[in-house]
Design a protein around this ligand. Structure first.
Ligand code: HPA
Length: 252
């Protein structure tokens, strides 16, 4: 990869920093608001990190300023984004503690601002979503995970609910029929905006619970288990983000 290519990690629940990398904090002002962005130092100078819920998990999923986050990455000239999502497992594809690449999403949110193109001065654009995630980055994530002996589902469908409440068992039953494997509350909004902005985006789900009604109780992984998972994800991310680029269909 060219040295000038910049990459970012968008982290959520349990992923509030880049493990093992010293960062400096900066505030990036955008047309949609200001964003706190961490930037790697030294040889990681081209790596950025945004904690989408804030560093103290204070911003609920329906209140995240998704447009500002993506606009900040664009302003920093980031080209590749790896999004990491804590999810609930709907199918057995990825049980709690496991990883899965996201290859498709279903947007079940309501009332969120999920576009940069609102007509008028901002214009109108219908961004293709037939391949929402970067195929090249996805392939590399799978190889990197396998190299480390971490099983990862090579594809999976993420359904994005509005939150902040969890789902009812009836909703999860319906989402399973719709074809969803994982459920989270942020992925669809973020991906749609990233693609509108012309970013390459790949996403990894890491499951922290069975979704409502799949098992008797909604039991979550412990903080320590989530932390360990987070470290593995960071390793994988660093392997992938600065590799030579291959073929993908992300340009729009
Ligand atoms: N539902 C929605 N979002 C989630 C869940 C869930 O069960 N687990 C982690 N994020």
């Amino acid at each position: 990869m060219k040295e000038t290519v910049k990459a970012a990690i968008l982290g959520g629940t349990g992923v509030y920093s880049i493990e093992g990398i010293k960062t400096v904090k900066q505030t990036v002002d955008t047309d949609y608001g200001s964003v706190e962005v961490m930037q790697g130092t030294g040889k990681w100078n081209d790596l950025y990190f945004i904690s989408r819920h804030g560093t103290d998990h204070a911003v609920p999923p329906h209140m995240v300023n998704y447009r500002a986050n993506i606009a900040a990455l664009k302003k920093l000239e980031v080209e590749k984004v790896l999004a990491i999502y804590a999810v609930g497992s709907i199918t057995e594809l990825v049980p709690p503690g496991g990883f899965g690449l996201v290859s498709q999403f279903i947007d079940a949110t309501q009332g969120r601002i999920n576009t940069f193109y609102n007509g008028g001065d901002s214009g109108l654009k219908h961004t293709p979503m037939d391949e929402p995630y970067c195929r090249d980055m996805g392939n590399k994530i799978v190889s990197a995970a396998k190299k480390r002996g971490f099983p990862i589902a090579e594809s999976g469908t993420y359904i994005c609910t509005n939150g902040p409440r969890f789902e009812t068992p009836a909703e999860i039953k319906m989402y399973r029929i719709w074809g969803a494997d994982y459920v989270g509350m942020t992925g669809a909004t973020e991906t749609a905006l990233a693609r509108e902005a012309g970013l390459h985006i790949a996403a990894i789900s890491y499951s922290i619970n069975w979704a409502a009604g799949v098992e008797k109780d909604l039991a979550f992984l412990s903080d320590e288990e989530i932390r360990n998972t987070k470290n593995v994800l960071t390793d994988i991310a660093l392997d992938v983000l600065f590799d030579e680029p291959g073929r993908c269909r992300c340009t729009n």
